[in-house]
Design a protein around this ligand. Structure first.
Ligand SMILES: C[S@@+](CC[C@H](N)C(=O)[O-])C[C@H]1O[C@@H](n2cnc3c(N)ncnc32)[C@H](O)[C@@H]1O
Length: 335
């Protein structure tokens, strides 16, 4: 064998001897896990793509069926507070008649989006909500791998309660992500006395949306956890830019709402940034317990991640099937 031939064959021999790197092992393990996770449970489901599955069923029930340590991140926008997606109030939303939903009048010929009126929740309903978030947090704590992150949408009226339920379940609070968004919530003059108190707002116009950031605790260092589970940190935007906790993103509009007419649709421009940040190495499975129109799953597809979602509403299950392709390929603008 000539010297050239010998040197050409050397790296090959080395590769064979060294065994898989931790990254290769993670990728292999994640591929096996993905095939198992998307089959868990008897619920009806649809594979939206090779990398995305949507399950028609109750989030907490499905979580209980999932083996421990089987998902790597959670990005979700839950029902606040609970009753708005219960049959009675959801029917009212569909019929365009009140209940917990504030159906705003059409404005300049454009129909504004119905918003849930969280201020109508009674103390009992808030306590019920606290229990619901507690059950969700315990389920997620079990299903996440150590170091797995959760991003959970909230609102300034109820976030203290939600976040406390998560901390009580043993999840570490790692901060809050603020979505700067001009909403139509708050800022109104006193009802029935608008002229008399023309310079008063009953409460501040809400211009931001808090998202709780939580992490399942782990032992050892972040570096060790990253090698073992692929989790423990957040993916940087670039070499120069870390993941940041303020993102400006206006409400979902126009084409996106036509594609996915869900009353709580979150915009792709925002969701893609959050979902991407949730897996530090880009390896793993993202779960959305309250998948709605499938916006988290579509964002995961757009950034090349695996994702699974549950939602108990048959209508949204059908909607996500239609919306997934167009949402995941939607070009997103600047704001
Ligand atoms: C705020 S919406 C999420 C919308 C989603 N972010 C989107 O962009 O389409 C909450 C969703 O949770 C669903 N939901 C409510 N309770 C649920 C439960 N126990 N299990 C699964 N889904 C539930 C509702 O049907 C609703 O679609």
């Amino acid at each position: 064998m000539s010297r050239l031939e010998r040197s050409a064959s050397t790296p090959m021999r080395r590769t064979k001897q060294r065994g898989p790197s931790w990254r290769e092992t993670l990728v292999e393990r994640q591929a096996e896990l993905w095939e198992q996770v998307r089959e868990v449970g008897e619920q009806q489901r649809t594979n939206l793509s090779e990398r995305a599955t949507y399950i028609l069923g109750d989030a907490i029930q499905w979580l209980a069926e999932l083996p421990p340590n089987s998902i790597h991140a959670v990005v979700t926008d839950p029902p606040y507070g609970l009753i708005e997606y219960e049959d009675k109030d959801h029917d009212k939303l569909k019929k365009g008649k009140g209940g917990v939903w504030r159906i705003p009048p059409s404005f300049d010929g454009a129909n504004r989006k119905p918003l849930p009126r969280f201020t109508v929740l009674s103390q009992d309903e808030i306590a019920g909500l606290y229990n619901f978030f507690g059950a969700l947090a315990y389920g997620l704590q079990r299903a996440l791998v150590p170091g797995g992150h959760i991003f959970i949408a909230s609102n300034p009226l109820l976030s203290t309660m939600t976040f406390h339920a998560f901390q009580r379940a043993g999840l570490e609070k790692r901060g809050e992500l603020i979505r700067l968004v001009q909403t139509l919530r708050g800022g109104d003059r006193p009802k029935g006395a608008e002229k008399e108190f023309s310079d008063v707002s009953v409460m501040a116009r809400s211009c931001w949306e808090p998202w709780g950031i939580f992490r399942k605790p782990f032992e050892g260092t972040a570096a060790e956890n990253l090698r073992r589970w692929g989790t423990g940190g957040l993916r940087r935007i670039s070499d120069d830019e870390p993941f940041k906790d303020v993102i400006t993103c206006s409400p979902t509009r126009g084409r996106e709402k036509e594609i996915a007419p869900h009353p709580s649709l979150k915009p792709q421009r925002f969701m893609r940034q959050v979902v991407r940040g949730a897996l530090p190495l880009g390896i793993g499975i993202v779960f959305d317990p309250f998948a709605g129109s499938g916006s988290t799953l579509a964002a995961a597809e757009a950034v090349g991640y695996h994702a699974i979602g549950t939602d108990r509403d048959m209508g949204y299950f059908g909607l996500a099937r239609e919306a997934f392709g167009p949402l995941s390929t939607l070009p997103v603008g600047e704001r």
